[in-house]
Design a protein around this ligand. Sequence first.
Ligand SMILES: *Cc1c(COP(=O)(O)O)cnc(C)c1O
Length: 361
Amino acid sequence: MTRAFNFNAGPAAIPLEVLKQAQEQFVDYQGAGMSIMEMSHRSKMYEAVNDKSQSLLRELFGIPENYDVLLLQGGASTQFALLPMNLLQPGKPGAYVMTGAWADKALKEAKLVGETVVSASTEADKFMRMPTLSEIEIPGNASYLHLTSNETIGGTQFKEFPETGDVPLIADMSSDILSKPVDVSKFGVIYAGAQKNLGPSGVTLVIIRKDLVENGSKSIPAMFRYSTHAKSGSLYNTPPSFSVYMMNLVLEWIKNKGGVAQLDQINQSKTKLIYDTIDQSGGFYIGCAQPQSRSLMNITFRIQNEELEGLFVKESEKEGFVGLKGHRDVGGLRASTYNAVPLESCQALQQFMVDFQKRNG
Ligand SMILES: *Cc1c(COP(=O)(O)O)cnc(C)c1O
């Protein structure tokens, strides 16, 4: 079996060890005579998986006691709407930091629900950087401040987060959750779809401070209220059991790797290989994001000549690389180097980039 060098942006690479473990347990989960997908979500066995996922998340990400950990469906895109539906109060705008495609989608949904304000925008720089903390203006009466910690399409990432005082800080961490240590206590809500750093698609993680759950809107349907899911331990209705099970295996894998701080170190050395190759190419490769905002998860770059970009993608595919074409909205090239992308894949990409330049530079 040959595994691809998988640089997909999402759904993305899952650790081979995890896939093999799931394969072993696929038909008969722990002697139950059935797979995890076939059993009741009210069974002891599934409850253990559900509980374990939540406790591992708490342990690995350092989530304090005064937060709920919710495992929901609908992807991060559903959270763009549920957040304002639960937390946006009349006369108190939702403040948004505009940093690119995902921030824009979050803002558009909030506008459907209530009043919003843009707290900072890097559009003038074509979203090729994150704002500095001093650029972010937070209205004193804001319901919350929302930011996108890592812009998956543009390839930019916040390196530090603003102090927001009494205004809850909300982050879409879909593409960098558990890739590095974060002080969760600075946030009111952190949410993320699982399919980049946590496993397969189908489950969405919401980490939310308990007072925000309690004060959330009571006039929206039960399925949309955070309090519904918090009260029932994320078992209000049928959960995405297979996705939660897979996430559980990924969390165990992270633990065995030494935890999030250890992954951060590995992620830094992985991306350094690629960014160094770009910077040392004498202008053949051009990094898109401004250096201080470069993402450790999505490396966006170009070659001056668009024809060569096409050739790069084509030749890379022949050599076993997958997912290096940039997002359809921005073009260029992108390598997504999430937690599960092994160092070896990045070493192979570095070698391919150097060779490609030798042939075409
Ligand atoms: C992928 C992604 C989303 C969308 O996630 P879905 O689960 O597909 O809804 C939202 N925000 C960011 C930053 C993403 O990378």
